[in-house]
Write a protein that binds this ligand. Structure first.
Ligand SMILES: Nc1ncnc2c1ncn2[C@@H]1O[C@H](COP(=O)(O)OP(=O)(O)OP(=O)(O)O)[C@@H](O)[C@H]1O
Ligand SMILES: [Mg+2]
Length: 244
């Protein structure tokens, strides 16, 4: 579903992505993680076509992101870090925003679409609420509903659990997995919340200083002993022990 081939990106003279290659298969949930400044956001921007990689190619469902940006974007849904809702629009108008720009729907058709989406993201009775009245977790759910409204094949989540308390973060992780299970979507999640990553990932991609240091299963990742990954695992283990 997603194929990244030998992608490099330079900001001026600085190489921030170094020859990155990986694939994400249908229905798979891949998590991109790594140290701050490692290149996660840059990679995500390249995938969505917001940035053109200096070299290499990216295809989504066989469509080249650089050559056919509109067609490729149509296959992708983005769930932004802070949900990025329009503050002056209620939940209904936020969710239907993109769809209304594409086609005209009757009120009844809109109601049907909305009811289905709200059910999918586990919300009820919020259609008329304004973003400022929603909790952090609810905002994330509305952000997801808005992305799903366009029926994407590939969903990209930028830091879906950041800024949430652990219980809400857990429920959002469940939602990410449930969305994949119910809709059969492919997902790419950018995150540095280690416990969250192990709850959702089928595959982990670890970016460090622009290099893809790891591409494999969560089990294999967990057993890494050395280097930046070993350090991270050790730190996560001691933090979870400290909480017990
Ligand atoms: N527009 C830009 N111009 C110049 N340098 C940039 C730009 N955006 C990012 N960088 C640099 O590229 C490198 C990778 O940044 P990026 O934001 O992709 O990292 P990240 O992995 O998302 O980090 P974080 O976890 O802090 O969000 C960093 O060294 C950053 O300073
Ligand atoms: Mg970032």
């Amino acid at each position: 579903m997603l194929k990244v081939e030998s992608v490099s990106h330079k900001f001026g003279e600085r190489l921030v992505l170094k020859d990155i290659s990986f694939e994400v298969g249908e229905r798979e949930i891949a998590v991109i993680m790594g140290s701050s400044g490692g290149g996660k956001t840059t990679l995500l921007k390249c995938i969505t076509g917001l940035l053109k990689p200096t070299s290499g190619s990216i295809t989504v469902d066989g469509v080249d992101v650089v050559a056919e940006p509109d067609l490729a974007r149509g296959k992708m849904g983005l769930v932004f870090q802070y949900a990025a809702l329009f503050d002056s629009l209620n939940v209904r108008d936020n969710i239907l925003f993109g769809l209304r720009r594409q086609k005209h729907l009757s009120r009844t058709e809109e109601d049907e679409v909305l009811a289905k989406l709200l059910d999918q993201v586990g919300l009820e009775g919020v259609e008329r609420m304004m973003p400022s009245e929603l909790s952090g977790g609810m905002r994330k759910r509305v952000g997801l509903a808005r992305a799903l409204c366009m029926e994407p094949q590939l969903l990209l989540y930028d830091e879906p659990t950041s800024g949430l308390d652990p219980v809400t973060a857990y429920s959002i992780d469940r939602l990410i997995v449930d969305t994949r299970d119910r809709l059969g979507l492919t997902s790419v999640v950018v995150s540095h919340d280690v416990s969250s990553i192990f709850r959702v990932a089928d595959r982990i991609l670890f970016l460090h200083q622009g290099e893809l240091l790891f591409n494999g299963s969560p089990e294999a990742f967990r057993s890494e002993k050395n280097g930046p990954i070993g350090e991270l695992i050790q730190k996560a283990k001691s933090e979870s022990l400290a909480r017990k």
